[in-house]
Design a binder for this molecule. Structure first.
Ligand SMILES: [Zn+2]
Length: 62
């Protein structure tokens, strides 16, 4: 299942479960990013970062 996750300044898409704080994941756009506390809404974070366009294109292609 695909989902969105903010990390390192962009909202990326990934396959599978949401990563935990401090975890890294490879986004659909192909880069590896690390999640911080501020990226997790359940921990008080806010998703103010813009959508990663390569991820959005990869998502729509699925
Ligand atoms: Zn991306």
């Amino acid at each position: 299942m695909l989902q969105w996750q903010q990390a390192e300044g962009l909202r990326h898409a990934l396959e599978g479960r949401a990563p935990a704080e401090g975890a890294s994941f490879v986004a659909l756009c192909g880069i590896s990013v690390t999640v911080t506390r501020a990226d997790i809404p359940e921990l008080g974070g806010h998703w103010f970062d813009p959508t990663c366009l390569p991820c959005e294109r990869a998502w729509l292609a699925r």
